[in-house]
Write a protein that binds this ligand. Sequence first.
Ligand code: GLV
Ligand code: MG
Length: 336
Amino acid sequence: MPEEYRSRRSCLAVPGSSQRFLDKARGLAADEVFLDLEDAVAPAAKEAARRNVIAALNAGGWGGRLVAVRVNDATTRWAYRDVAEVVAAARRGLDAIILPKVTDPGHVVWLDLMLGQIEQDTGGEPGRIGIEAQIEDARGLARVDEIAAASPRLRALVFGPADFMASVGMRSLRVGAQPAGYVGSDAYHYPLLRILVAARGHGLAAIDGPYLAIGDLDGLAEAAASTAALGYDGKWVLHPGQIDVVNQAFTPGQDDYERAELILDAYRYFTTEQHRGAAMLGDEMIDEASRKLALAVAAKGRAAGLRRSQRFEPVPEGSAEHPPPGEGLGQPAGQG
Ligand code: GLV
Ligand code: MG
């Protein structure tokens, strides 16, 4: 879990070819907004979309959310101008470039070098602009560890279910939903876990891709809850109506959040005041692994704006609640 955790619960795709959607996106509650120059934009509209995106970035008004641009993939004729023109013009208004269809770590290295050249040329802060790499086909998945290690600018790996389904020949047109006829429990489990492990192995966020049935909010909630439970940080959304469902799915429950903060306080107390590595908190044993788990939940909760109402207070020695020797002390105090 990175030290300074940024929420990416919902990542809203906004087609760069639609002025109306670009204008509307500023007022929406997505944690990240990305302006798309890739698959949501027809080939004939690519150049005009690039100009719209530059104007939208320069106009500002994006609040505290993360702002990214998805450029065309590194093998296309549009990619170099997408990067050069958007980044040179946008300066501080841009947090990251989303690079789609990454099949080779060389794609990420290419983007890293280009960003470095533009930063030098324009006086930008070196390394400030991040990269989010989309893993969305068999080749990309097979090399996901090398891709995750390809640049210090990488911030996230993003699963692309639509392209992935096409790449592996999954027999379904319902992107993000389970394919009919599949008797396993989750047809996306392998790529999702593979990407998650590679991301965490390199300190990156892991983002799930879109759920295309915009009207099926129950199906979206189920898919989002499943990847949130697996450990993912967020999910793409394609429509304003999907944002609340996804934000909710990726926000830890209040009880889990309170418990995580208590574990962190209690473990700090036990290790520093009592020099103990394992102890009881209420009726549960906590140790260093519990602290790491709690750190992840607490970071997600804080970044999502949750507030705690309980404080940890050690139980005084000799009290009735004091456990037998060799066990720990402490319990959550009431509201505080
Ligand atoms: C997103 O780009 C996807 O292919 O699902
Ligand atoms: Mg795709």
